[in-house]
Design a protein around this ligand. Structure first.
Ligand code: GTP
Ligand code: MG
Length: 422
């Protein structure tokens, strides 16, 4: 094992990206800033940034041939350990750059996979990351043996990469099969759990959003939990579900899960399908947005795209602007001008969270039927039913007359038939 933890110092990284045109310089800079955040999350120290203006990558060397030579020289000068390229590289490009710079080269996808491998804690999370890594590795295995074996550990070599180096493709395929089957059984277990929750008729709200938007902080605020939140990318991988009691004493479940990012590797989205199904099956999606991020719109678009990819577009969504404490009064006004119904909150200070809960409650209550239900308070089964009515509906009136209790309540439509039958 040559894990990065064995290295005495953080790996020194050079970041490489392309500027697709003069007008796109700012986009490229921001993308490289994000890549730097990812590199730090993987434990590296960024010592060099290289951007080249080029309409499209060179098919064999990614950067132009001359630029690759300059890169090699700068890498030697600044003692770079690893070159991280902001795009997904073809196996040929990877080899060519590696030969030119004579050090380890990884791409954006591999970097994200590496962070996920570091963060995975549960068996499910580990399986999902392993599947994504194996699927990424398989087509890149041809002739890469020699190159890979001199990588010497660190980023991009954690997970299956380090134990499967000498393994042939057949064994990787077999492993993919085994892992995929394990994940499928996890998926089925999840589906059963969801089914049980559905039967218990507790509505669920899923927090989604770009990585670092503040989902876990908001989750903690809503549920009084203390899940790990931190100013690093992809802190949360495994889904968490907790109960919340609304002001009108109804219950709902809130789930926190893995964050999204621009160009989230498809292999990861596919592997995390079991986790992301929680989102697709929710009653309401809360899209948590870092209101203070300069490239807020781009991030929102990236999140919408992943939601589409996991089949969650049919779920009603509510956009929540978080970190509003970090906005100036002007910026806040502009946000509200853009959309007067925007929800501005600060998960950190708790500002606006009460209003958010009210909005969630009314969103979930929109789809209701007003019903009058009667009960015999001396019948234990009826008393239990009354308890359920109080937990899952909005009670408007409660009357006792001639030994019968009559309750007028707004019942979520999907439960109406059940309460009717009872
Ligand atoms: N100023 C400010 N910072 C916040 C707010 N909410 C969260 N943060 C900070 O933003 C950072 C990320 O918060 P998390 O809750 O970990 O974000 P996340 O969306 O769960 O991120 P991942 O799980 O890594 O995808 C932390 O440093 C938080 O303290 C807020 O309302 N205001
Ligand atoms: Mg989180």
């Amino acid at each position: 094992m040559r894990a990065a933890s064995r290295l005495a110092r953080p790996e020194r990284a050079a970041l490489v990206g392309l500027i697709a045109g003069r007008a796109r310089r700012l986009d490229a800079e921001r993308s490289l800033d994000e890549l730097a955040g990812l590199a730090r999350a993987a434990g590296a120290q960024v010592v060099l940034r290289v951007l080249q203006e080029r309409p499209r990558p060179d098919p064999s060397t990614f950067l132009g041939a001359g630029k690759v030579q300059t890169l090699a020289a700068s890498c030697a000068e600044t003692a770079v350990d690893v070159v991280i390229v902001d795009n997904e590289l073809t196996p040929a490009q990877l080899r060519q750059i590696e030969e030119a710079v004579e050090r380890k080269v990884i791409d954006r996808t591999q970097l994200i996979l590496d962070i996920f491998a570091r963060r995975a804690r549960t068996r499910e999370g580990k399986l999902q990351v392993e599947l994504a890594q194996l699927r990424y590795l398989l087509p890149r295995l041809v002739g890469a043996g020699a190159a890979l074996s001199r990588l010497g550990g660190g980023i991009g070599t954690r997970g299956p990469g380090e134990t499967k180096l000498e393994t042939d493709r057949r064994r990787i395929r077999t492993r993919i099969h085994v892992v995929a089957e394990d994940i499928e059984s996890v998926r089925q277990r999840r589906a059963q759990l969801r089914e049980r929750r559905h039967k218990a008729s507790v509505p669920t709200v899923a927090l989604v959003g770009y990585t670092n938007a503040g989902k876990t902080t908001l989750f903690n605020r809503l549920t009084n939990a203390d899940a790990e939140a931190s100013d690093a990318l992809f802190v949360t991988l495994d889904p968490l579900v907790r109960q919340v009691r609304l002001p009108d004493s109804r219950e709902l479940l809130v789930s926190d899960t893995v964050g999204f990012i621009d160009r989230l590797p498809h292999a990861l989205v596919a592997a995390f399908r079991a986790t992301l199904e929680e989102v697709a099956e929710a009653d309401l999606v809360l899209h948590v947005i870092d209101a203070a991020a300069p490239d807020r719109e781009r991030r929102m678009a990236a999140v919408r795209q992943v939601l589409e990819e996991v089949g969650a577009t049919a779920v009603p969504a509510l956009e929540v602007y978080n970190k509003c404490d970090a906005l100036s009064a002007d910026e806040r006004r502009r946000l509200l001008d853009q959309d007067p119904s925007s929800l501005c909150v600060s998960a950190l200070s708790g500002d606006g969270v009460g209003e958010l809960i009210e909005t969630v409650a009314s969103r979930l209550a929109l789809d209701v039927r007003r019903m009058t239900l009667t009960f015999d308070p001396d019948d234990p089964a009826d008393r239990e039913r009354m308890g359920r009515v109080y937990r899952h509906t909005r009670v408007l009136a409660h009357e006792t007359r001639d030994g019968r209790v009559s309750i007028i309540a707004d019942v979520p439509r999907r439960l109406a038939s059940r309460f009717e039958r009872e």
